[in-house]
Design a protein around this ligand. Structure first.
Ligand code: HEC
Length: 445
């Protein structure tokens, strides 16, 4: 009797063992995880530094892949999922991480190709599968001179289509991933008589000031005014930061694209390089079959109440905290949120308090990384009634402990004086939003 019971226990343990050791193969178990979570960046010509779309490339880096997935360094995702969840969250489940570990421990068996799901179809250098309807590309490769200086340019890309249309998704594809530091852009409709062949390509900023953008100067420089001085009309405004994903808007939203216009990169910033390099960046636009009824809007917030007449300095060797609170003048449905700081940034927390005193968590970034600045897309629009206060609190580390500190030894860094280089720090919160409309609660992103 006793022996039987012992045998039964033994059997249970044994079968669990067998189950735990079920063979994990590349084609059957790894490919599905990688197709979804790694291939958007890791394939030939992709955003990542090497390809992970075939057995050999994965197997030869298996230890490294096992490490970065277990440590949750890859796929890159900086927002704390215990605070808020987002759509298209790039987070592996515990089970997926374990599958990768098991596969490595079992000696990376290949398995049978027929067990693999179909490979996603990505366009050459896009992170969205499927082909874009329109590519707006810089005319010539731009020479980034190797003078070890920050370079700021304004660059115009004119285009003409057969008819007006609507855009439901847009992706900025940096040509030089190491040097494109950020890009703020607008799309303008121009007067029908504007001669697009007269649109100039670019000019280099004389200053790196955030406030250097001047419509009058830029429109006349680029020859964007109509014959009677008709002003170009902005139809869209957005930005790109390192690591940001393509933006796919919910059905019925996006923006109207006039058949004749100019995409103007207003504040296109390259990091310093000691050797000459080139960049030829491009935008991929995906058209909507249905008219877009609501235009995605852009709003950028920065701290108020700071006395800019005094220089705010994050002293060398210290840590500092800055906060902001913004009162909303109207009700909005927030679709995307984008926190922004430079290299001294460490943590970023934002939430909103409605006039009814409800607290709405927005985003928590416990371990800021300049290279991964996402436009985080909410699962459902976050409705913020009129009078809501949006809070943000960010910490900065200007000590030697901060491995990202651009200065060694650390030096005093200005806070928000107007420059975009690493000699200054910034704190920005960007919303892509729609003015609130009844029923937005039920929109799915
Ligand atoms: C959003 C784009 C993106 C996704 C998705 C992504 N990676 Fe990466 N990966 C990168 C980039 C860019 C780098 C190089 C820069 C860096 O190390 O941050 C990188 C670096 C790596 C490295 C080298 C790390 C190092 O320290 O040099 C490994 C290994 C890696 N990725 C594996 C993966 C795996 C496995 C997945 C999926 C589970 C994945 N990545 C998903 C973009 C991505």
């Amino acid at each position: 009797m006793l022996q039987n019971r012992f045998l039964a226990v033994f059997f249970i343990l044994f079968s669990i063992q067998i189950q735990g050791q079920e063979e994990v193969t590349y084609y059957k178990n790894i490919v599905p995880i990688f197709n979804e979570n790694c291939l958007p960046c890791h394939r030939s010509n992709g955003y990542g530094p090497f390809s992970l779309d075939n057995y050999d490339d994965v197997a030869k880096r298996a230890q490294f892949v096992g490490y970065v997935t277990q440590q949750r360094i890859m796929p890159p995702w900086k927002a704390n999922p215990e605070y808020t969840h987002f759509a298209d969250e790039k987070i592996l489940t515990e089970a997926q991480i374990k599958t990768i570990q098991d596969w490595i421990h079992q000696g990376m068996p290949k398995g049978k190709k027929r067990h693999a799901p179909e490979a996603p179809n990505f366009d050459a250098n896009s992170r969205i599968s499927g082909n874009p309807d329109l590519i707006l590309k810089m005319k010539e490769p731009f020479l980034i001179e190797g003078k070890n200086e920050h370079i700021f340019i304004a660059y115009a890309i004119p285009y003409e289509l057969e008819h007006d249309t609507f855009v439901k998704a847009i992706e900025f594809v940096p040509g030089n991933r190491q040097l494109v530091h950020h890009n703020s852009y607008q799309i303008f409709a121009v007067h029908p008589d504007v001669d697009l062949s007269q649109i100039k390509d670019y000019f280099v900023f004389s200053t790196d000031s955030v406030d250097a953008i001047d419509d009058e100067h830029d429109f006349s420089f680029f020859n964007m005014y109509g014959p009677k001085g008709e002003k170009p009309k902005e139809v869209f405004h957005n930005g790109w930061l390192p690591g940001a994903s393509p933006q796919i808007y919910p059905e019925g939203t996006g923006f109207y694209l006039p058949k004749k216009g100019v995409l103007l990169m207003r504040n296109f910033h390259y990091s310093p390089t000691p050797i000459d390099e080139y960049d030829q960046s491009e935008f991929h636009l995906y058209f909507s079959e249905k008219p877009v009824e609501r235009t995605i809007r852009f709003a950028a917030f920065k701290p108020t109440g700071i006395d800019y007449s005094e220089d705010h300095i994050i002293k060398a060797g210290t840590r500092d905290t800055f906060e902001m609170n913004i009162r909303l003048g109207g009700a909005v449905s927030v679709l995307f949120i984008n926190p922004h700081m430079h290299y001294l940034g460490k943590t970023f927390l934002s939430y909103a308090i409605t006039p009814q005193q409800d607290t709405i968590p927005l985003i928590d970034i416990p371990d800021w990384d300049f290279n991964w600045q996402e436009f985080y897309k909410f699962k459902k629009p976050v409705i913020l009634p009129k009078g809501t206060i949006v809070y943000a609190k960010a910490t900065f580390d200007n000590t030697m402990d901060n491995k990202q500190n651009p200065f060694f030894p650390p030096q005093d860094v200005y806070f928000e004086r107007g420059s975009m280089t690493e000699t200054e720090e910034m704190l920005r919160l960007v919303f892509l939003y729609l003015p609130y409309r009844k029923g937005d609660e039920n929109l799915k992103l």
